[in-house]
Design a protein around this ligand. Structure first.
Ligand SMILES: Cc1cc2nc3c(=O)[nH]c(=O)nc-3n(C[C@H](O)[C@H](O)[C@H](O)COP(=O)(O)OP(=O)(O)OC[C@H]3O[C@@H](n4cnc5c(N)ncnc54)[C@H](O)[C@@H]3O)c2cc1C
Length: 457
């Protein structure tokens, strides 16, 4: 059965999987190429993940960081954007299967650029997710916003001091950039934005705990910047626990085991998980067909030209790919995707695939905000923090946001937060806070009733 909406082509068919940093860059680089592109992604938007924590803590709205992909690519006349979750890539037959609401579509390709990114890893404890959502999607950020603000609301109605203490304890697991940013922003929300807005509770008494099994905050940024970030967080009242391994997460709290063997139970309603990443399962699907290695984070080891063994037409870029010296950051995906798209263009013009130059990564550095007016930045040997770091962070994030209007609105939202601690996006709905379980139930129902026909596109 063929579904309408996907247009067959006689040209070189490029399938791009994912509309994140890698996917979008690939499509834009191929804009004027004589190819037919099908971009298949499981969301309708391109997500600027670095600002997700600001959605979760009510500073900006989700629309500012998640513009519609088909609108961004409106002028890419050679590109058709298709909604669907890719479930299989058949390397021998050169087809990609994707599913939308129980219907499976099969899309042929001549070249494929796989940029499906990574999800949250719970290190084998996936059941933690229900009580400690990660920070990877708009759904995650809105759910967390609902849980964080919902906890303050419930505390206001509670006459039991123990329950109030549990509701006003927020635990962030993982002291990488996302964990640091979340902990800092929850503390500022409690201490400034919500201060004086409740009658029964004092929001400034909320406990924010940041814990990590590693012995340092922000380990990839080095000892000096890690200590700087930790000192700033502690000044905000964040309790930092290092060498602290989470052994269990449930509705009411979290169990932690420390390096010295002692264990503690922390009663807390709101938990945020930012401790690990797991590459898209598509990496394993590809690896099994071509004999490539997959590391502990599920990333596929690619060849120097970002392809997989025996398939010069299959590029894997971004967070899914294991490439020496390339971090799981936006620049890794952007530069990898640009490289792959340029190779496709050059080879259509006659370049020989046997003589590809290997991919070279240019390290532009990394940064993380800790709080208002404070960030840490590492560019090559240069390390700095504080206000200058924060200004650099502000400038670069505005530059990389997609669309002039989004930049303008975000800049205005930031001004409101900076000048008066005002946050304009504190709306929460019951659906955002409690939808996870219901959606999972719905998906089970859809899976059990749908007819698994495959349609060509
Ligand atoms: C909270 C957070 C903060 C971050 N902060 C920073 C930062 O400050 N600086 C920085 O450089 N990096 C940061 N990163 C990392 C950066 O966002 C990633 O490295 C980057 O997004 C990787 O790009 P990608 O294209 O590989 O994957 P992504 O951008 O994640 O895109 C993956 C795409 O694939 C789609 N997809 C996934 N699976 C499927 C499937 N089966 N079928 C169809 N589509 C699929 C997704 O919907 C998405 O469109 C952050 C990440 C997170 C989560």
């Amino acid at each position: 059965m063929t579904h309408p909406g996907a247009t067959p082509s006689e040209k070189h068919n490029v399938v791009i999987i994912g509309s994140g940093f890698g996917g979008l860059t690939a499509a834009k680089t191929l804009k004027r190429a004589d190819v037919d592109i099908k971009m298949i992604a499981k969301t309708t938007h391109h997500l600027f993940q670095p600002l997700l924590y600001q959605v979760a803590t009510g500073i900006i709205s989700e629309g500012e960081i998640a513009p519609l992909t088909r609108v961004i690519l409106r002028d890419n006349k050679n590109c058709q954007v298709l909604l669907g979750e890719v479930t299989n890539i058949d390397l021998s037959n050169k087809t990609v299967d994707s599913v939308l609401l129980g219907h499976t579509y099969r899309t042929p390709y001549d070249s494929v650029i796989v940029a499906a990114g990574a999800g949250q890893s719970y290190f084998g404890n996936d059941h933690f997710a229900e009580w400690a959502p990660g920070m990877k999607t708009i759904d995650d950020a809105l759910e967390l916003r609902g849980r964080i603000l919902g906890a303050f609301e419930q505390a206001e109605r509670s006459s039991d001091p123990e329950r109030r203490a549990k509701l006003l304890t927020f635990v962030v697991v993982g002291a990488g950039p996302t964990g640091v940013e979340m902990a800092g922003q929850i503390a500022e929300l409690a201490d400034h934005t919500l201060k004086g807005a409740f009658r029964h509770i004092d929001s400034t008494k909320a406990r924010v705990i940041l814990l990590d099994a590693a012995p340092a905050v922000l380990p990839p940024m080095g000892e000096k910047l890690g200590k700087k970030a930790a000192a700033r967080l502690e000044k905000l009242g964040v309790e930092i626990q290092l060498g602290a391994m989470v052994t269990n997460v449930d509705r009411n709290g979290i169990n932690v085991k420390y390096g010295d063997g002692t264990e503690e139970r922390i009663e807390c309603q709101t938990k945020v998980w930012s401790a690990g990443v797991a590459a898209s399962p598509l990496a394993k699907i590809i690896a099994e067909q071509c004999g490539a290695e997959v590391d502990r984070a599920g990333r596929i080891k690619v060849l120097p030209d970002l392809t997989v063994p025996g398939h010069p037409e299959v590029f894997v870029v971004g967070d899914m790919a294991l490439v020496d010296g390339v971090p799981g950051q936006a620049q890794g995906a952007i530069q990898g995707a640009r490289y792959a798209a340029k190779l496709i263009k050059a080879e259509l013009k006659g370049a020989n695939p046997a003589f590809r130059e290997p991919f070279k990564y240019f390290d532009k550095g990394s940064m993380a905000t800790v709080s208002k007016y404070s960030a840490v930045v590492k560019v090559g040997p240069l390390e700095f923090g504080g206000f200058i770091g924060w200004l650099s962070w502000l400038f670069l994030h505005l530059i990389y946001l997609v669309g002039f209007k989004a930049r303008l609105i975000t800049a205005l939202s930031w001004m409101g937060t900076l000048v008066g601690s005002h946050r304009g996006q504190l709306t929460i709905t019951e659906q955002q806070a409690y939808a996870r379980t219901r959606i999972e139930q719905l998906e089970e129902i859809v899976e059990s009733v749908d007819d698994p026909q495959i349609a060509a596109t």
